[in-house]
Design a protein around this ligand. Sequence first.
Ligand SMILES: O=C(O)CCC(=O)c1ccccc1C(=O)O
Ligand SMILES: [Mg+2]
Length: 369
Amino acid sequence: MKIKEVNIWKMKMMMKQPFTTSFGTFQEKEFLLVEVKDEQGNSGWGESVAFHSPWYSEETMETNLHIIRDFLVPIVLETDIGHPEEVHELFAHLRKNNMAKSTVEGAVWDLYAKRNNMPLAEALGGKQEKIEVGISIGINENMEELVETVRGFVEQGYKRIKVKIKPGFDVNVMRELRNQFPDVPMMADANSAYRLKDVELLKELDEFNLTMIEQPLASDDIIDHAKLQAQLKTPVCLDESIHSLEDTRKAVELGSTKIINIKIGRVGGLTEAKRIHDYCMEQNIPVWCGGMLESGVGRAHNVALTTLPNFVLPGDTAGSSRYWEEDIITPEVTVEDGYITVPKASGIGYEVNRETLEKYTVDTWQYSR
Ligand SMILES: O=C(O)CCC(=O)c1ccccc1C(=O)O
Ligand SMILES: [Mg+2]
C-alpha cells in the first residue's frame, strides 16, 4: 500500500474529573492524532499516548510531534508498505521514541485492516468477541469519597478495581477497600513511588489478596523488582519498565515480574505488543492491556489488541464516558456488565466523528507524497 497523505491533529480535551497518580494530576488532556490515507481515500487512525509533561515517560506530545513530522512521516510517504508489521522495521534505526512510532504504526494497521475489509482485531489475529475490563481509579485522599467511587464502578460491573497508591496512601487504603469489598478483584498501582528499602511496607500488602501490585519500584528497574518479588506473595506486574520484547524477556528471566501490563504506545506499537503477548503466552505469564487516558482512537486500538488469547486479566480500557463528556468516535466505547463488545466494522471499528474532532482541534499539519 502507498500512503498518499498524512494528517496530524493536535487535540485538547478536558477530562470529566482530574486523575491523580503518584507522579501528578491529569485533567486537561493534550494529545496528537495521526490519519494516514491511501489512494482510494481510506483513512487509518493512530493516537499518541504521550502526555503533555514527561511524568510517566520521557516522551511528551511535543517530542512526539517532532519525531513524527521530521522522521516518521517522511518514511511512510516514501515507502511502499506490504504489511503493517514492516513499519516496526522501518522505524527500527531510530532509537526509542516508542509512543511516536506507535502513533504512526497504529494508523497504518488501521488502514491495512480497512483496505482488507476486516476488523483490526482480526488483522491482529484476535478471536475474543467481547473483552473483560477493569477500571483504574486515581488517588483521592478523602477515603469516604474513594470508597463511594469504587462502589459505583463495582456496581457498574467492572471486573476488577485498580487503585493508585503512593507513600502514605497505601496499606491503610487497601485495608479499608478490602474490608468494604471482600470479594472484588483488586490491585494497586504505585507508578514507581517506592524503593527496595520499602520492602517491609510492601509486604504488608500481602494480607489483602491483591491480584497484583503494579510497578512498585523505579521506572527503569528490573533488578530490584526481582529482589522484591522474591519476598512478596503478591505478584509484581511491570508497566513503566517494559519497552520491548527484549525488556520483557529479561524481566521474566530474572523473575522481576509475574504479569505484564502491555501498553501499545510504550512498546512502540501493535507489532511489538503482539510479540510480547506471544512470548508471555509461551512463558505462562498472563498479560493485560494498560491505559493512558486515551480518546476513542487509542481506546479502539486497545480493544482490538485485547482480543488476543493471553489477555486473560481485565485491562484498564474503561468506557469513553468514564473520561469524556463526548468522545471523538461514533459509537463511543461502552461497557456492559464489565464487558466491551468488540466492534465488527473494519479497521478500529469506530468512526472518527469529524465534527467533534474539529471542536477539540488546536492545530493541524498535512503532508503528502
Ligand atoms: O484509565 C486509564 O486509561 C489508565 C489509567 C492509569 O492507570 C494511568 C494513567 C496515566 C498514566 C499512567 C497510568 C498507569 O497505568 O500507570
Ligand atoms: Mg501503571
